[in-house]
Design a protein around this ligand. Structure first.
Ligand code: UD1
Length: 424
């Protein structure tokens, strides 16, 4: 296995362009199934989740080429309609292939993506959206079998699910007729997906507003597109700079996508300046962070659940107490036990976590139990006194492209050791 060695206590300094967004590239790769010719994507992050998506595309018959951060997908030979259990389990987001696969081939056979490290993650909203578009869905022990050509319909989501909104958009674009999705998720990645689809000739409007309108049945072409920057990676790096102190400038991410996170970091005493394609965070290392009151996760534009763990990690060493309320997922405090082993004072009761600030965390051996929890432990480690050894990197590598490289670019003392014997 691999581990990160992180020696904390150095202020972070410098400028960095943030990687492309995982949560944008994954639905866009699935959307390539709908294209009428080769699609060239730029700014694709190199992540294990992206590799898993490319594996599914190849398995379905697409020709795929990857060079650095560019990926070309040619879907012209894609005739498959089955995604294997192993592929469905490799990545929770594999369910996003359902809508476009059904629209392309008139059938889709797959299995449940399964629970994940964040707790139960149902797909009922995805399936009811597919049914609302006139397709048959059979669920059983053998998996999920969908048939039919999507026609327009009205989809009212009971929860503004990001994945269900994307699946519904992709299925509807490939079908005939007009579709209206109400209570749609408003995340920036939904807007990026709309932009991509319209680049190929689709007619999708309203993304970002809660009501998405799709005129299906238009022939799509190939094309090229640049993936937006990753706001959650940016939130993690800003949290790291808040924890360690220093002065960092991030580029490649729209600060408006991070307004809720920047608000909390500002309340904690960080100087924030934002402009076109630029977010700057400054904290004098000798001046401790302040508590940030209450942080409640919510659908966009609320505070993102994916930034909860990294921001909590930064606030462990602060003056005063901060309440966190996790409203999106059941098991999203798995980083807490590890933060405690670094000296943090955190009390969890149900969806609430009370962080009582301490002076300083200390380095420890910690293990990531999920993706953003892993990011959080790295944040804690760069602010801590002494060395931390972070394991569980297979979680981290799902969403951060070379986290150690990014932190090093900002002056942190971090390196990856490979071939480490795991504890018996
Ligand atoms: C996406 C993001 C993930 C982020 C999450 C919430 C991707 C690849 N992942 O995940 O990083 O943490 O949004 O911002 O974009 N739900 C149901 N039934 C469903 C679907 C969802 O009850 O059929 C519930 C979920 O259990 C959860 C809530 O809806 O409580 C929101 O989940 P959702 O927005 O669907 O998250 P994902 O799309 O899986």
């Amino acid at each position: 296995m691999s581990v990160l060695h992180i020696c904390g206590g150095r202020p972070l300094e410098g400028e960095l362009t943030v990687q492309g967004a995982k949560n944008s590239v994954l639905p866009i790769l699935a959307a390539c199934l709908l294209a009428g010719g080769p699609v060239e994507l730029f700014n694709c992050p190199q992540l294990s989740d992206v590799a898993a998506a490319l594996d599914i595309l190849r398995h379905l018959g697409c020709a795929v080429r990857q060079r650095g951060h560019a990926i070309v997908v040619d879907p012209s030979g894609a005739e498959g309609s089955t995604i294997s259990e192993a592929q469905m389990h490799a990545m929770r987001s594999s369910i996003i292939f359902l809508g476009p696969l059904l629209a392309r081939t008139g059938q889709a056979h797959l299995t449940y993506p399964g629970g994940c490290e964040l707790g139960a993650r149902p797909i009922d909203l995805h399936l009811s959206a597919i049914r609302a578009l006139g397709c048959q869905v059979e669920e059983g022990a053998g998996g999920i079998h969908c048939r039919g050509r999507p026609v327009g319909g009205e989809i009212c989501l009971t929860i503004p699910s990001v994945g269900a909104t994307e699946n519904a958009m992709l299925c509807a674009v490939g079908g005939r007729g007009t579709t209206v999705i109400t209570n749609a998720a408003r995340e920036p990645e939904i807007v990026d997906l709309q932009r991509f689809l319209n680049t190929l000739g689709a007619r999708v409007r309203g993304a970002g507003s809660g009501t998405v309108l799709i005129e299906g049945g238009r022939p799509l072409t190939g094309g090229s597109y640049t993936i937006m920057g990753d706001r959650i990676v940016a939130a993690t790096l800003l949290s790291a700079a808040a924890a360690a102190g220093g002065h960092v400038v991030l580029r490649g991410v729209d600060w408006r996508h991070l307004a809720a996170v920047l608000g909390v970091l500002h309340q904690a005493g960080c100087g924030i300046r934002s402009g076109e394609d630029r977010i700057e965070l400054e904290r004098e290392p000798s001046r401790p962070l302040q508590a940030a009151g209450e942080v409640r996760t919510a659908p966009y534009p609320g505070f993102p659940t994916d930034a909860q763990a990294p921001v909590m990690a930064a606030l462990c060493a602060s003056q005063g107490s901060t309440w966190f309320e996790e409203n999106m997922f059941d098991s999203r405090y798995r980083h807490v036990a590890e933060l405690r082993s670094m000296g943090a004072d955190i009390n969890v009761r149900g969806r609430l976590a009370l962080v009582r600030g301490v002076d300083r965390l200390r380095g420890a051996q910690v293990a990531a139990a999920d993706l953003r929890g892993g990011g959080a432990l790295a944040v804690a480690a760069v602010g801590a006194r002494g060395e931390s050894i972070l394991s569980g990197l297979h979680h981290v590598d799902r969403g951060y492209e070379c986290l150690e490289g990014m932190l090093r670019e900002l002056g942190a003392d971090v390196h990856r050791e490979t071939g480490v014997q795991s504890a018996p």
